[in-house]
Design a binder for this molecule. Structure first.
Ligand SMILES: *Cc1c(COP(=O)(O)O)cnc(C)c1O
Length: 343
């Protein structure tokens, strides 16, 4: 039987063999006492790479974003962000439960927040009816797979600075964004006060994300992490693969992106498949299948070939590349699409 090819997401990645070795050998201590040297090493490295004073290891990206909202804001504050962002769509309404904030969404232009629209919504007067604008959130790379241009981030950052409102960047895939832009990750994170980035996903760590920002903010976030039950004891076994995520796996991302482009180009060559190649920025390929295609038949053919994929929604399908999917695996995938479309 051929190996399983899983293109549902980059969240499905397994730790690399080097990561498993590092987990077994990790030096650990009680991190709630600040005693775990591997966690401290990870937090120091992550802060440096992300261009922030300090960093905190957190259990997940969702946790990191919600911790950022909780630490930046007071209850009843308003958070300005895009209507299609992860915090709005995929975090279980946590902002209302944990930080107790009101999310004020703006129609994003393919993930881009128009700075003039952000400016219009900032409330910094003393009107007793108004909530305070506590935070602006950006997302890059966007979870739609597109990378937001630096100029658009800079425009929002300028507005935020004018009004003294902090900016949090949901940078779950910020290293993918840097690869696409051909810049240092710090050229992206400079347009935010705080940033969350995932060590899992394309970077292949089994667990964990980073929240980075000013030292005083991270000190408060550390206490809030404990409040939320995210104080982990001998977390060095999880920080060890996180270190390899930042040292080794960042260098692998260009290959994931090249593979996504290869997949996109091969799919685009199939009859009736529509791919906007200009939208393939990172490791995600979105494409439209012919309206006449029986998606049940496609999914059955993929399953029979040991290929896991999320089915099309409204004719639109997404495939995601990662370190466990190379060219030969992609050729197997393309062959299935070709045969189903030819039938
Ligand atoms: C995946 C993702 C998250 C959440 O990360 P988890 O580790 O899955 O909780 C947050 N924001 C964006 C943009 C993401 O893609």
């Amino acid at each position: 039987m051929s190996t399983v090819i899983d293109l549902r997401s980059d969240t499905v990645t397994h730790p690399t063999p080097a990561m498993r070795q590092a987990m077994a050998n990790a030096i650990v201590g009680d991190d709630v006492y600040g005693d775990d040297p591997t966690v401290r090493e990870l937090e120091t490295l992550a802060a440096r790479l992300l261009g922030k004073e300090a960093a905190l290891f957190v259990p997940s990206g969702n946790f990191g974003n919600q911790l950022a909202l909780f630490t930046h804001c007071q209850r009843g504050d308003e958070v300005i962000l895009g209507d299609d962002c992860h915090i709005v769509w995929h975090e279980t309404g946590g902002a209302a439960v944990i930080a107790g904030v009101q999310l004020r969404t703006i129609a994003s232009a393919n993930g881009v927040l128009p700075a003039p629209e952000v400016k219009k919504r900032i409330r910094d007067g003393e009107d007793i009816h108004w909530p305070r604008t506590g935070l602006i959130c950006l997302e890059n790379a966007h979870s739609n797979g597109r990378v937001i241009p630096l100029a658009d981030m800079a425009a929002v950052w300028d507005v935020a600075q004018q009004h003294s409102v902090p900016v949090h960047l949901d940078g779950a895939r910020v290293f993918n964004a840097a690869v696409h832009l051909g810049c240092d990750v710090r050229d992206i994170t400079r347009y935010s006060d705080t940033v969350m980035c995932c060590l899992s996903k394309g970077l292949a760590a089994p667990v964990g994300s980073i929240l980075a920002g000013p030292a005083a903010f991270i000190a408060r976030a550390r206490k809030n992490r404990k409040l939320l039950g995210g104080g982990l004891r001998q977390a060095g076994v999880l920080a060890a693969p996180g270190l390899l995520a930042l040292t080794d796996m960042v260098a692998h991302l260009p290959e994931d992106h090249a593979n996504a482009r290869y997949l996109a180009e091969q799919l685009a060559a199939l009859p009736g498949v529509e791919v906007n190649l200009d939208d393939v920025h990172i490791n995600m390929v979105w494409f439209r299948l012919p309206a006449t295609l029986d998606s049940g038949r496609l999914m059955a053919a993929l399953a029979a070939a040991n290929i896991k994929a999320n089915g099309p929604e409204g004719g639109l399908m997404r495939l995601v590349t990662h370190w466990q999917v190379g060219r030969s695996e992609l050729d197997r995938v393309i062959a299935v699409f070709a045969s189903v479309l030819a039938a």
